[in-house]
Design a binder for this molecule. Structure first.
Ligand code: TXA
Ligand code: MG
Length: 322
């Protein structure tokens, strides 16, 4: 895709999670739940809180995505329920539209709300046949429960069925019957989702094909002039993307490697036999990979790259130059 010239002023807003007010864990309304919820009380007089509020307002009302930190990499977020806002992500990144986006939630309650049927109601049942009183049935498939307890909030994305009459904008799933969901382990990300009060679709905040950004300056380097706001919460802790897993198939699959290792996954009940379900780009030419993103060029830095294999003799400077 051709580069287009910068269209707007990009502002970096610093936010220190310790200065935005009070963030505390509160028990989930569902008894004995897998995870606690989060309550955010913003400090009225804090500039950091003001920056966060501003970003949340933009996410609610503007169609230009906002870059924000997560524990893995910086994300380029938009309201996952509004088509125009989600299209703004593809526009800013110049990303192919058949590559679906991960949806970020602040709590299990918010995720369950999205998974429960929203279709027209007939005789006490929604048109997709599910009973209306789904309160006792967790709409999150049981296979994911051990992973959620162990790795959420954290660098793990789970593939879920997109419900009938889904509130998600169709652009999020790129036509697939499923979507990827995660709860990030970054207080600013969680507070931002809470304040915006919508799930956020967010790919990594780099231009398509470039390495994923782990600091606000990297985002500015790639997307300057293409987005209005970058929330700067400092460098990311993990530094690689979330692991994407599909537990809807048997055996379950790892669709993208990332912050949670295959060994860690195998230690969870139901995941002992997890298989690698991705191929590298060369192997997928002409075929349809399960994680659509794996068929595209990724992580292509502009500088020459030298790979060192563990245990091998390190090449000298002259050899590298040659
Ligand atoms: O750590 C991360 O996951 C970061 C931060 C911002 O959360 N996000 C991220 O998103 O890396 P993105 O859009 O760059 O990568 C999404 C990956 C792609 O490989 C995509 O193909 C896969 O998830 N994916 C998304 N939805 C999917 C689905 N329904 N089925 C299979 N794969 C899916
Ligand atoms: Mg990416």
């Amino acid at each position: 895709m051709a580069d287009s010239p910068p269209q707007m002023k990009t502002t970096i807003l610093p936010v220190d999670a310790r200065k935005i007010g009070r963030i505390r864990a509160v028990p989930s309304p569902q008894e004995d739940d897998l995870l606690d919820d989060l309550a955010v009380d913003l400090d009225e007089h804090s500039e950091d809180a003001e920056h966060l509020r501003l970003a949340a307002e933009q996410l609610k009302h503007s169609d230009i995505p906002v870059a924000f930190p997560t524990e893995t990499v910086y994300g380029l977020g938009a309201d996952a329920t509004r088509s125009e806002a989600v299209r703004g992500i593809y526009r800013a990144k110049q990303r192919p539209v058949d590559n679906p986006l991960i949806v970020h939630f602040a709590s299990l309650g918010q995720l369950r709300d999205l998974l429960r049927p929203h279709g027209p109601v007939e005789n006490g049942a929604s048109t997709n046949g599910h009973a209306l009183d789904a309160s006792h049935d967790d709409p999150i498939p049981a296979i994911y429960h051990p992973l959620i307890s162990k790795f959420w909030p954290g660098p793990l994305t789970i593939i879920l069925p997109n419900p009938p009459h889904s509130l998600l904008a169709p652009e999020v799933t790129a036509g697939l019957p499923t979507f990827g969901a995660r709860i990030p382990a970054n207080l600013l990300a969680l507070a931002l989702i809470k304040l915006a009060d919508v799930p956020l679709a967010a790919p990594s905040a780099n231009a398509s094909t470039k390495p994923s950004p782990t600091a606000a300056e990297h985002v500015a380097f790639d997307l300057n002039g293409r987005i209005a706001t970058i929330l700067d919460g400092g460098p990311c802790d993990v530094g690689v993307e979330s692991t994407v897993v599909d537990g809807l198939v048997d055996p379950p699959l790892i669709l993208r490697p990332g912050g949670v290792s295959s060994e860690e996954l195998r230690s969870c009940a139901g995941w002992e036999g997890v298989r690698v379900g991705y191929k590298n780009a060369a192997e997928t030419t002409g075929s349809q990979p399960r994680a659509p993103g794996m068929k595209y060029r990724h992580y292509s830095p502009r500088a020459p790259v030298v790979l060192f294999e563990a245990g091998a003799r390190a090449p000298g400077l002259e050899e590298m130059r040659g």
